[in-house]
Design a protein around this ligand. Sequence first.
Ligand SMILES: O=P(O)(O)OC[C@H]1O[C@H](OP(=O)(O)OP(=O)(O)O)[C@H](O)[C@@H]1O
Ligand SMILES: O=c1cc[nH]c(=O)[nH]1
Ligand SMILES: [Mg+2]
Length: 209
Amino acid sequence: MSNFQVVEHPLIQHKLSILRRKEVSTKEFRELVDEIGMLMAYEVSRDLPLEDIEIETPVAKATVKQLQGKKLAIVPILRAGIGMVDGILKLIPAARVGHIGMYRDEETLKPVEYLVKLPTDIADRQIFLVDPMLATGGSAILAIDSLKKRNANNIKFVCLVAAPEGVKALQEAHPDIDIYAAALDDHLNEHGYIVPGLGDAGDRLFGTK
Ligand SMILES: O=P(O)(O)OC[C@H]1O[C@H](OP(=O)(O)OP(=O)(O)O)[C@H](O)[C@@H]1O
Ligand SMILES: O=c1cc[nH]c(=O)[nH]1
Ligand SMILES: [Mg+2]
């Protein structure tokens, strides 16, 4: 079975189609990334372990299910990954948040890491590594290298738009990682932008150029 999955939920697909439009404002873009982040969290948290507990309803005793309390960490790749964090926290409010700062060199398209700040017990946590864009795959691969160097081994990578080139590179570099995307686009252009994509996610989220 492939470790790459496109999340086809109609709400995600509808919101992503709005997000792609070039006339969408910074405010709307932020709101949509937040909402899609939340919907993606619903999907990627599907296999969180449950345990049985005994409770009393107003009517009777019952055996019901609760989350086993597995420790989680959301790790956005800065800057654009930040846009997905609040939406995920709405569903999983107790999760810790780590940060990996990275930018792509515009000439070489190679990622440059400038910040790593993670919970001290990151090795024991289920990690949702988030970034809206998986283009060449360089940033996600380096971020996962960085997490594995710190003994993290339970990582899911969650993005919105993926390019086939990035999916292939990430699968080759880290075959053990599950990859979730809201869309698999056509290709990368000569500047390393995803086509059709949605442009520069960080710039659109933060209103920079
Ligand atoms: O798969 P890749 O080819 O590595 O490209 C994807 C990366 O590019 C973007 O970040 P960018 O470098 O624009 O930094 P920013 O989020 O600070 O704008 C995006 O948010 C990813 O992190
Ligand atoms: O299309 C792309 C590729 C990389 N990073 C982005 O923000 N957009
Ligand atoms: Mg950017």
